[in-house]
Every structure is written in C-alpha cells, then in structure tokens.
Design a protein around this ligand. Structure first.
Ligand SMILES: [Zn+2]
Length: 393
C-alpha cells in the first residue's frame, strides 16, 4: 500500500512533496506580490491617513468637485480631503470607519449636486472622526454624484436622481445596493433646499411606512437642535429615503436652507443636526458651547488664492467682538510682516477681514485669531487661539 511505503520511506516522500510544496509556495508568493492589495481598497491605517478604508462605490460618477466654487472655497486642503478630491475625479467613494460591532450607519451626502452644505458638513465630520476608534461601523459617501457636484447640477442625466432611486443602475439604487450588501441598518440622507427654516428640518417617511427607529431618531435630533420634523404625506418610491425604508433600512433626511443664507452658516446648522444624528446611534461627535471655527474662506492650506479675496471665518455660533478682538492679525510668512487691515466685520456667525493692499503673489499668509477674540451674546468666548495659512496665486 502506498501509505505503508510512505511510512517506510519518509525521507524520499518528504523530499518529493517538499519540492512540490516549495513550487506551489513560490507561485503563491509571486501572485500575492503582483496583485494590488485589493482593486478597491486604497488606504488602510497608513500613518498619515487615519483609521479608515476608502473605496470606490460607483466609477460611473466621477467629477472634479473642486470645480464647484462652494466646494473649493469652503473645504480645507487636508491630507484626507485632498485624497477624496483626487479620487472622486474617477467615481464616487465611500469611507469606512469603526470596529464592525454595533450599529451600521451609512451617510449619503449630496445626491443633489447643487446642494453643497451636506458635502461641507460631512467633510468637516471626516476630519473629526478620521483618527478615532469606536464601536459600530460608519460608512460615509462625501459626494454621492461627483460629476453633478462639479457642475452644481441637481440633475443626473436630465433626471432628478432622488426620484429614480428605485430604478436599477441609478446612483441612488447603487447606494441602497451597497447598504444591503453591507448589512447597513441606518441611512442618513443629507440635503439642502429652498425655503427651509433657520434651525433646519428632518424629513421622515410617511405615516404608513415610518419605522419606530425613524421616529425616535428624528425626535432625538429635534430635541437636541430645535429643528422641525417634516412628515412626508405620501410615499415617493423613487426617493432614496423611501427606497431605503422599503428595503428595511431606517432612513431620515436632513435639510437646511440652500439659497437665502450664507452657505457656511447653513452648513454649520447641518453639521449640528448631523452630530446629533450620529450621536443617537452612539458614534462620536461633539459641539462646544463656546464659539469655535467651523470653516474658513480661503480654506486652510489652499494655494492659488487671489490677491484681493477677503478672508472670512465662519464660527459655530453667532458671534460678537470679544475682549481680544484687536489681537486678530494677518501675517505674511515670507516677509514676516503683519499686513495692514481696513476692516474686520461680523455678521451672524461670520467674521470678514479685509486687507488694505493687494497680497503679494506666491506668498504665504497666516490668519491669527487669539483666545477671546470673539464671544457669543451669552459671554461664551473662543477658548483656543486659531490660526491657519494659505498661499497666493
Ligand atoms: Zn436635495
């Protein structure tokens, strides 16, 4: 019998099988060496990129979102944001965070390409969460349809993408397929629109379809932010929210004013609603009762900035001049000189700073806002100095 022979001559068979084993092993090493780590997985836990994976979701939807000025003027040029800007030229992307336990939440930002407040709010949250570890799994699509965002267009191939999500192959349909494939049980659908009251709205599904989780989720956000809850009277099967609900995924929609207030003011309102929405499910989020910087224009680390563009800083609360307001300055980091200012004005939650002279070309400018430079009407003050820089054209 073969088995007897093998047992009787172990070294001979050892050599024979060992050679075969070595050949197979060599092939496997070769295959591994020449296979991309995964065609989809681009980044995972590298030192400068945080605790996330970023993958393509839909390669048919690529576009240069920075061609949209609302995007290029308000989103900082961080390592992660630059990577997203670059990748979205070739398709929509999804970032994955968390440890795989607990709830699975998908955040969908801007299925309408003319609604940039969702993109600004969600990109702000990415910077907050990118290095954190937490329970649960969070998937974030920062730009649902990058090519529509690039064009500032509501329409996808001439149709409203949020009325055809139930049609196979459309962007909304593919988002829901992704959610189903990944066992996602909550979807946060983030929008902006016309005629929205200042504290924002949460749209929920119709009385016949709304789930208890959707009711509780929206009530929690209302309690925390004072927003209104708008009940959709009818079913709209082609809406992302309805289509998610019909697929067994709890879904609510955040909505803030798009047209009649500064983009960053509305984006900040959306951010606050957004933080409540993720906290309801146990994900990290924080809003200070003190005013903090929400966004800047020009953005942090931007290059190619115009020589006369005013600097505007949006805070998380409406502000007044604080005791250190005169300590705000702009410095040219090449000449090491502070530049003369003509005005520093406050409107709502936005501080606008104008320089007396044109900036120098290809110079780096730093904005410095000391502790206590601004406060809110209750006396809460800026408790950390803030500075950032950008480069001129
Ligand atoms: Zn919309």
């Amino acid at each position: 019998m073969n088995s007897d022979t093998e047992l009787n001559n172990p070294s001979k068979y050892f050599n024979k099988y060992f050679r075969v084993y070595l050949i197979i092993l060599s092939f496997m090493i070769l295959i591994l060496a020449f296979t991309p780590s995964s065609s989809a997985v681009v980044t995972n836990n590298s030192s400068n990129s945080g605790n996330y994976k970023i993958t393509y979701l839909d390669k048919a939807l690529g576009g240069n979102v920075q061609a949209n000025p609302e995007i290029s003027q308000n989103i900082p040029r961080t390592y992660l944001n630059n990577k997203i800007f670059s990748m979205t030229k070739n398709g929509s992307v999804v970032l994955k965070f968390g440890n795989g336990n607990g709830p699975k939440l998908l955040i969908s930002a801007g299925i309408h390409g003319n609604e940039e407040e969702p993109n600004i709010a969600v990109m702000k949250y990415l910077e907050y969460i990118k290095d954190r570890s937490f329970n649960g799994t969070l998937y974030i699509i920062p730009f649902d349809i990058p090519r529509d965002t690039a064009l500032n267009s509501r329409y996808y191939l001439g149709k409203d993408p949020n009325r055809i999500a139930n049609v196979k192959g459309t962007p909304g349909y593919n988002i829901i397929q992704f959610a189903k494939n990944n066992g996602i049980n909550y979807l946060l659908d983030v929008h902006s629109g016309g005629g929205v009251t200042p504290a924002g709205w949460v749209y929920v599904n119709s009385p016949t379809t709304i789930t208890s989780a959707e009711k509780n989720w929206s009530s929690y956000i209302k309690t925390k932010t004072n927003c209104d809850i708008i009940l959709n009277p009818d079913n709209s099967p082609g809406m992302l929210r309805d289509f998610a609900n019909s697929a067994g995924i709890n879904c609510i929609t955040l909505e803030v004013e798009r047209d009649n207030m500064p983009t960053t003011t509305a984006a900040c309102t959306e951010y606050k609603m957004f933080i409540s929405a993720v906290k309801y499910l146990g994900f990290p989020g924080y809003i200070s009762t003190n005013p903090e910087v929400f966004s800047t224009n020009p953005p942090k680390n931007a290059s190619g900035v115009g020589l006369t563009t005013p600097v505007s800083i949006t805070f998380t609360r409406n502000i007044l001049a604080g005791s250190n307001f005169n300590g705000i300055y702009i410095e040219n980091l090449i000449t090491h000189k502070k530049v003369p200012l003509t005005s520093k004005t406050i409107k709502g939650n936005i501080l606008t700073i104008k320089q007396a002279n044109n900036r120098l070309s290809k110079n780096v400018y730093m904005i410095y806002i000391p502790i206590g430079a601004v406060r809110d009407r209750y006396g809460n003050r800026l408790t950390n100095a803030y500075s950032y820089q950008f480069k001129t054209i």
